[in-house]
Design a protein around this ligand. Structure first.
Ligand code: NAP
Length: 248
């Protein structure tokens, strides 16, 4: 399929995990994919290689999504170079866990700055271009934890629940300009973010997951590409769960 031919897709946190799988999935459908990353240059270079092998064109830009000036600059340069920006996937995220009594202010702030303010920064940065185009799709990567909560994840849950509110507000605000805004809400997916989960906790999670396995990054990418495609042209403000049935 080449329904993203001539389309420019911008994915934050595209160097690894779910972001990388999204980059490859869009590339397979003909997109030009710009990925952002925080510091892992080797992983970002590998993703760009995979984009090329999948049949797309790719480029990596390093910046911190928490920094609004850097977000504006990256978007401006992308539009200048490629002439347009059709899809934004706000996927960059961190999970800093801990019990509330000992949770450091700096860790709370960092989580909110990257996971929630980062998405806000980029939505604001792309809005002018998408409004002028009178077309665009924005997908925010939230989490099952933002929907159902999880002990030990105060900051992460707050940031991901916030993303759902941001998604719905933007869906309403930008709809008159034909810009759709949705969220994808993964359950537990096998990536670097979940490798540290202890065996016991993993077993407990599988017991409450009807499909009885962790998800794959490619399965989250498939949902993301669907929402960004014309097949989802009447869907906006939606939070699409990709969680094996763990939370319904
Ligand atoms: P991951 O493997 O840990 O990758 C995180 C990505 O985010 C990397 O590309 C990283 O860049 C980038 N990043 C981190 N901080 C950044 C910053 N300040 N500025 C720019 N980029 C930054 O994570 P993942 O598991 O694929 O998760 C991707 C998204 O899905 C996250 O938003 C996460 O919360 C969400 N999610 C994941 C799961 C899961 O089970 N894995 C479940 C629900 C939701 P570098 O490579 O340069 O470090």
């Amino acid at each position: 399929m080449s329904d993203f031919k001539d389309k420019v897709v911008f994915i934050t946190g595209g160097s690894r995990g779910i972001g990388r799988a999204c980059a490859v999935a869009f590339a397979k459908r003909g997109a030009t994919v710009v990925i952002n990353y925080a510091g892992n240059e080797a992983a970002a270079t590998e993703t760009v290689k995979l984009i090329g092998e999948a049949g797309g064109k790719g480029k990596a830009v390093r910046f911190d999504v928490a920094n609004p000036e850097e977000c504006n600059k990256a978007v401006e340069e992308t539009v200048k170079e490629l002439g347009r920006l059709d899809v934004l996937v706000n996927n960059a995220g961190v999970a800093i866990d801990g019990l509330i009594m000992r949770f450091a202010d700096a860790d709370y702030q960092k989580t909110l700055d990257i996971n929630l303010k980062g998405a806000f920064n980029l939505i604001r940065a792309v809005s002018r271009t998408m409004m002028k185009q009178r077309a665009g799709v924005i997908i925010n990567m939230t989490s099952i934890v933002g929907e159902m909560g999880n002990g030990g994840q105060a900051a992460y849950a707050a940031s991901k629940a916030g993303l759902i509110g941001l998604t719905k507000a933007m869906a309403k605000e930008l709809a008159p300009r034909n810009i759709r805004v949705c969220a994808v809400s993964p359950g537990f997916i096998e990536t670097d973010m979940t490798t540290h989960i202890p065996e016991e906790a993993r077993k407990m999670m599988l017991q409450v997951t009807p499909l009885a396995r962790l998800g794959r990054a490619e399965e989250v990418a498939a949902a993301t590409v669907f929402l960004a495609s014309n097949d989802a042209s009447y869907i906006t403000g939606e939070v699409l769960k990709v969680n094996g049935g763990m939370y319904m």
